[in-house]
Write a protein that binds this ligand. Structure first.
Ligand code: G3H
Ligand code: 13P
Ligand code: ZN
Length: 308
């Protein structure tokens, strides 16, 4: 199928309380893994590339690879800019063929976040391109020493309403205690589910997005470490926590770290197990399979499997 706008994919997820997975890619093998997984699981999928990924692979290569793969399968595929920092990042991505963009103004003061977000919405919306914005700051909440600090970091439901009204964004990324990368929590996995509930109550039709949602599966970390990695004290958002957030209204879940861990572990294992091998396919092929398996597992957890 041709690439689809996320504006067409969100309403079903919002209505039926499931989440569509965003999977970050940087190269051919990740794109193939993601699209094969989506096809086999009969799941809609969001392929995401950051500006870093665009720079690494070349934005035109990425768009071509994703379009080619999407044409081969019969489930909806959106191509999304992850964490665009500027209006230009969004415009470049849309001009190249992306069907959804994120403008991340979460580090700006409230009014400036609204201004940059609205600038992108005004440009993208008439073309049917979905716009995701972010309100609140990601980060583990048990690190906050007092209630005021915690409140300042998490997304405020009343502000969320004003933000959505004033920007007209299609999806809102919220801060409820998740963070990017493999080290999300020092102690217990603590998330502010009440924020999702309150935001959903006030904005029932809005697609709510959860960044930093990787589970950092222990077996993936162990495989990395067994073959020479040094990933110590890593901790993620367990599958059950992701499921709970979805049951309360999260509709898009972003995953990058779990794919990186799967990829790295198998790469390390293949290089260690076959020291005489110099055929890249014998390393990249199994790594691609491992990424695909993680994505399939995620699609079950998110409830997007079997929706197409
Ligand atoms: O949230 C960020 C994603 O994991 C993308 O990371 O900027 O290294 O491509 P990146
Ligand atoms: P993880 O680091 O938890 O995979 O989060 C990825 C993400 O939020 C991309 O936007
Ligand atoms: Zn993110």
């Amino acid at each position: 199928m041709p690439l689809e706008s996320l504006t067409k994919m969100y309403p079903d997820a919002v209505k039926n309380y499931y989440a569509i997975g965003q999977f970050n890619v940087n190269n051919l093998e990740f794109v193939q893994a993601a699209l094969e997984a989506a096809d086999e699981m009969r799941s809609p999928i969001i392929i995401a590339a950051s500006t870093g990924a665009q720079k690494y692979a070349g934005i035109d290569y990425l768009v071509s690879i994703v379009k080619t793969g999407a044409e081969k399968i019969s489930v909806p595929v959106a191509l999304h800019l992850d964490h665009g920092a500027t209006f230009e990042d969004s415009r470049n991505s849309i001009e190249a063929g992306f069907t959804s963009v994120m403008i991340d103004g979460s580090h700006h003061p409230f009014d400036e976040n609204i201004r940059v977000t609205k600038e992108v919405v005004d440009y993208a919306k008439p073309m049917g391109i979905a716009v995701e914005a972010e309100l609140g700051r990601l980060g583990g909440i048990e690190d906050d020493v007092n209630v005021d600090e915690k409140d300042a970091r998490l997304t405020d439901p009343a502000e969320a309403v004003e933000f959505v009204e004033r920007t007209g964004c299609d999806a809102l990324a919220v801060a409820i205690g998740t963070s990017h990368g493999a080290y999300k929590f020092k102690g217990d996995n603590v998330l502010a589910y009440d924020r999702v509930e309150a935001i959903k109550k006030k904005l029932p039709d809005m697609a709510i997005v959860l960044h930093g949602s990787s589970s950092v599966y222990p077996e993936l970390v162990e495989r990395c470490n067994k073959y020479g990695g040094e990933i110590k004290g890593a901790k993620g958002v367990e599958d059950d926590s992701v499921k709970k957030a979805i049951s309360l209204g999260v509709n898009k879940v972003n995953i990058d770290t779990d794919l990186r861990l799967a990829w790295t572990g198998v790469m390390r294992q293949m290089l260690a197990d076959k020291p005489d091998n110099i055929d890249p396919r014998k390393v990249l092929g199994p790594a691609r399979e491992a990424v695909k398996e993680v994505i399939k597992r995620k699609m079950e957890v998110l409830g997007s499997a079997g929706r197409v």
